[in-house]
Design a protein. Structure first.
Length: 191
């Protein structure tokens, strides 16, 4: 199994690049953002609770997202590998992921971390908000709250993987194709 984490702040291109990477490498895409938005669309109790939190730009509780990832791993026993997008976002999530993968006798090969300036992040998310219908993209205050949440709780997750020498920094500004080529080059060295 070959498992990757695509890491970076909100709007750094994780969702955008994930679509291209799963098509190229045949990995199973696990995006906690997408899983939460499906729950919201289906108006489940979990989705209704999550929406209130996401609309404030905050992180959904660890036990909720860890439970979703655990179920998704179990539901895909024959995957040749997973691409984690938007997960883990806290140290507790990172530790839980390691344990879940250990149970499946596998681990994370690398964390690819997209580096993008704050002004570019805000610009991209405001632009997506014009068409996406995502309530967390339409308001600059909420977008900045998401970036603050990232700086306070998520950025440090990279240090966890740095201890195992698994972090690869990739420039996340420029054309989508050039960034994809840079990510692919890093994956090709490790797969
Ligand atoms: P996510 O769904 O993970 O979304 P995101 O961080 O907003 O965006 P992403 O990084 O994937 O977007 P992309 O750059 O591709 O999270 C949403 C919310 O869910 C969180 O705030 C949180 O509340 C909750 N949540 C999710 N996971 C959680 C977890 N593990 N724990 C707790 N809570 C969790 O796209 C941005 C825009 O940029 C797009 O419009 C795209 O077209 C554009 N773009 C991409 N690349 C570009 C480029 N190179 N140049 C110009 N524009 C580009």
């Amino acid at each position: 199994m070959f498992n990757l984490i695509l890491f970076g702040p909100p709007g750094s291109g994780k969702g955008t690049q994930s679509e291209k990477l799963i098509a190229k490498y045949g990995l199973k895409h696990l995006s906690t953002g997408d899983l939460l938005r499906s729950e919201i669309a289906a108006q489940t109790p979990l989705g209704l609770e999550a929406k209130k939190i996401m609309d404030k730009g905050q992180l959904v509780p660890d036990e909720v997202v860890i439970g979703m990832i655990s179920s998704a791993l179990d539901a895909n026993p024959n995957a040749k590998g997973f691409l984690f997008d938007g997960f883990p976002r806290t140290s507790a999530q990172a530790e839980a992921l390691d344990k879940l993968l250990e149970l499946k006798k596998t681990s994370i090969a690398a964390m690819l971390a997209l580096n993008v300036s704050e002004e570019e992040l805000v610009k991209r998310l405001m632009k997506r908000g014009e068409t996406s219908g995502r309530s967390d993209d339409t308001n600059e205050t909420v977008i900045r709250a998401r970036i603050t949440e990232y700086r306070n709780k998520t950025e440090m997750v990279a240090d966890y993987y740095r201890n195992f020498d698994k972090v690869v920094m990739v420039k996340g500004e420029g054309s989508i194709d050039d960034i994809f080529k840079a990510l692919s080059a890093e994956i090709d060295q490790r797969i």
